[in-house]
Design a protein around this ligand. Structure first.
Ligand SMILES: [Fe+2]
Length: 132
């Protein structure tokens, strides 16, 4: 389980709210995988939400960094594109293989690790640019 804490704060309340939402959904996926196999419709719904929310969030955050002339802007864009590439490959496998627990677990672990290290290394650089 990921827990949002002040070390994740980016200086942008909206970005932080979006990060909290993403963390909640990744935690929800972890919870779903901890019990009996979840119905495919539930997994479909969660993945569709995550897939579209992450795109909206990335765009919003990139605009914030660009506006603030944050030096991490390019690195952030590249990291987002790389994550979308990984998510796209996962979706192809999901379509072909269905909601296999090990496939969903690999997404949940990868997404949890990625978002934690991404926020802590890249997104928090927005804090230093706030107010520019
Ligand atoms: Fe980011």
């Amino acid at each position: 389980m990921l827990t949002w804490s002040d070390q994740f704060a980016t200086g942008s309340p909206l970005v932080d709210t979006q990060h909290r939402m993403l963390i909640d959904k990744i935690n929800l996926l972890e919870q779903m995988l901890g019990g009996p196999p979840p119905p495919k419709a539930k997994v479909d719904e969660l993945l569709a939400f995550l897939g579209s929310y992450v795109v909206t969030h990335f765009k919003f955050e990139e605009q914030c960094m660009e506006r603030a002339r944050c030096p991490a802007h390019e690195k952030n864009k590249q990291a987002h594109a790389a994550f979308l590439g990984v998510f796209g490959k996962f979706k192809e496998r999901y379509l072909a293989e269905g909601p296999k627990p090990e496939l969903l677990k690999s997404l949940q672990v990868a997404a949890a690790d990625w978002i934690k290290s991404h926020i802590l290394t890249v997104d928090i650089q927005l804090k230093a640019c706030a107010g520019k």
